[in-house]
Design a protein around this ligand. Sequence first.
Ligand code: G6P
Length: 594
Amino acid sequence: MCGIVGYIGARKAQSVLLDCLGKLEYRGYDSCGIAVLNDGIEVRKDAVRVKALAKALAPLNGTTGIGHTRWATHGEPSKVNAHPQCDCTGRIAVVHNGVINNFQKLREQLAEEGHTLASQTDTEVIPHLIEKYYDGDFVKAVERALKDIEGSYTMIALMAGESRLVAARKDSPLIIGIGDRENFLASDVPALLDYTSRVIYLEDGDIAVVNAGGVRVKNNGSPIVREEHKILWSVEDAQKGGYEHFMLKEIHEQPRVIRDTLAEYIASAEPIADLTAAGGTGPEDLLILACGTSYHAGLVGKYIIEGLVKIPVRCEMADEFNYAGQVSARNKALVITQSGETTDALKAVKKLKEAGCEVIAITNVVGSTASRLADRTIYTRAGPEISVAATKTFLGQLIALYWLALPYARVDIRRLDELVRELRQLPVKVQQVLDNEAAIADIARQMAGYENIFFIGKGINYPVALEGALKLKEISYIHAEGYAAGELKHGPFALLGSRTPVVAVVAQDNTCEPVITSIKEIKARRSPVLVLMSEGDDDTAELADFVITVPQIDPLFSPVVNSVALQLLAYYVAKQRDCPIDFPRNLAKSVTVE
Ligand code: G6P
């Protein structure tokens, strides 16, 4: 996490940097800062959000600079720990995204050599190392400094008297935006949409020297040409478009996301990826790996693929898999990561590839690291997702999983037709959920006073309960836990009572009866129950204290409409509690550290 930016050209760097940083706050926002080249280097930073820093700053004159918005790893959020970090002379400034594993040893060495390090950050060793190795050649000093560093060190360095930026990428993203006699650097595309649609994605190990007129990239000491890409996302995609929060806008974009994602898949005559096992037999078994919300999409995918294709599917959290997971070359693996940059997910891709396993990535970001490491990539067409809480990318992932499974479905042709027809109806059904927003908001206001809420679901809606709880806790700070309906009685029942409501997801399949039994058991323990169910199920509605209805739908697709309803519920609970919905405390959208 952390967002980094750089600018070199003819514009006032201060406003470009602050503008770009504002668009990277989803990566971290506990403090921020900029360094602008003037006669020397002027650093302005604080433990505040970008808007507050921008408001407090007097205009700076330079047209070259770097900036950072932080998600603390080493040292609390404070002015001294904010980036840019500088060397002893104040002539070298660095912004960094990553973790330097050997920073303690480097700090001690530097201190012995007479350097005074003021912050608790790992980053601060970088400008001091550059200072140590500088003998008149800025680029060489950066290259030499990086040789001492172990860990991940995507960074940009600025030096007084140098009309160039030196950037390096290792283990977290960095792109160069190409302009007309000006160039930009940023962690991610949305930061640059206002300025250019031409970008270069740097690869691990790249060191780039960027000046206003051009870019030179080296890898392993040798010059290398990195292809330029055209970005298709528009400026409007990354703006709020009249909504109060990005999250609400992104929830409302979901009918469009389903249409765009499906349109692309339908246009291709081939299955979007080959699930055939190594050795040429039909699909045999599949491993799905992901983190956070993408992991929940993976769990829904397990039910989709097991249900349709009738093969065993393992879905694991990427981080757990990285430490203990077993894999063979015969496995096929799906790695789901909306950003394509999550460290735990990328480590899983590397482990899978080392084991000889074929990897299919599902991601929303063209050119992301996951897409470059995987054997095949399936893109979701959600457009940029700015709100930290994932919504539309989750739905895009579900659509990809349905479309992936359908060509291999072991069902008769009539059922297949039915499924494809229902899939194409999804934008309309999701719109119907959105049209019920006022009723959901009303219930949300009544739920907002509780401090503990359970979510239950069964079968394909069990992951929906997990995701519903995750959404609620991350943006409203209410303690929420998702459970398989049948598991609640094995412990969590001890916590039930009138101050602990339960949200029960009821689907019209073989899970309906057992979930209703769970609801009755919960009611007997006096917990208020909010039932999320299909329209017209009056018997179930009678059991509930609160009811949210969704349109009738084939149970296989019920996670789509149910998830949208729970996103709205979380949103309006958080709004009622006056939470900073798009930027919840302590979180970041793209977690590029372990
Ligand atoms: C972070 C975000 C989550 C996201 C998870 C995985 O924790 O806050 O919303 O689900 O990372 O991200 P990915 O980009 O790999 O899907």
